[in-house]
Design a protein around this ligand. Structure first.
Ligand SMILES: Cc1cc2nc3c(=O)[nH]c(=O)nc-3n(C[C@H](O)[C@H](O)[C@H](O)COP(=O)(O)O)c2cc1C
Length: 178
C-alpha cells in the first residue's frame, strides 16, 4: 500500500491511545478539572498509570502540591463539557460550575470525582522522577469505580486538531489468543 510521509508533529495523532480522561485535582480547598489524553497503563496490579501534565496547566501545581488526583472517564455525550474544560484554565474559572459538572466525594483522595463520567479512578502520585524532564507523573490507582450497565462506553479518543474517534463495536477474539 503506498504511503506518504507524515509530519513529525502529527505522529501523536496516530498512536495516541486515549480515551480522553478528565483529571481532577484539589489543593488548599480548591478543585479543578482538565482533559488529558497523554497517558498510559504501566502495570496491571497494583494499577500504575503514567501521564504527561504540562507545567503550563493550573492542574500541574495542584497535583504537585497534593500528590493526589482522580482520573474520570467521560463518554461522548458530554463532549462539549470536555472540550470546554480544555479551553479554559482553573486558575481563572471554576470549571465544575461553568460546564455543569457535578463533583462527587472520593474515598481515598481529596480530589472530587465527576458524577457525569462512567468511571473514576482515585490515584496517588508514586513516582516523580521524570517530572522535571518530561512532566511525566506515575500514578497508582487506589480505588476504582465504574457504572456497571455500560458495556460499550462511547469513549473519546483524540486524533488531533479537534477530531475525536469514538469507541464503538467490541469484538471478541479470546479463543484465538494465547
Ligand atoms: C482532548 C484534550 C487532550 C488534552 N491532553 C492533555 C494532556 O495529556 N496533558 C496536558 O498537560 N494537557 C492536555 N490538554 C490540555 C489541557 O486540558 C488544557 O491546557 C487545560 O485548559 C488545562 O486546564 P488547567 O489550566 O485548568 O489545568 C488536553 C486538552 C484536550 C482538549
Amino acid at each position: 500500500m503506498p504511503k506518504k510521509p507524515l509530519s513529525l508533529a502529527k505522529v501523536y495523532t496516530l498512536i495516541e491511545p486515549g480515551p480522553v480522561v478528565l483529571l481532577t485535582t484539589a489543593a488548599a480547598g480548591k478543585s479543578n478539572v482538565m482533559p488529558m489524553s497523554w497517558h498510559s497503563m504501566l502495570e496491571f496490579e497494583p494499577p500504575l498509570i503514567g501521564c504527561v501534565i504540562s507545567d503550563r496547566n493550573h492542574s500541574y501545581g495542584l497535583l504537585a502540591a497534593s500528590k493526589e488526583c482522580a482520573i474520570n472517564i467521560p463518554t461522548a455525550d458530554i463532549a462539549d463539557k470536555v472540550v470546554g474544560c480544555g479551553n479554559t484554565t482553573g486558575a481563572k474559572t471554576d470549571k465544575f460550575k461553568r460546564f455543569g459538572l457535578t463533583p462527587g466525594p472520593a474515598t481515598a483522595v481529596a480530589a472530587p470525582l465527576i458524577e457525569e463520567c462512567f468511571a473514576s479512578l482515585e490515584c496517588r502520585v508514586v513516582d516523580t522522577s521524570m517530572v522535571k524532564k518530561y512532566s511525566f507523573f506515575v500514578l497508582r490507582v487506589l480505588k476504582a469505580w465504574v457504572e456497571t450497565p455500560l458495556k460499550h462506553p462511547r469513549t473519546m479518543h483524540h486524533r488531533g486538531r479537534g477530531r475525536f474517534m469514538l469507541a464503538g463495536e467490541t469484538i471478541k477474539l479470546r479463543s484465538r489468543m494465547k
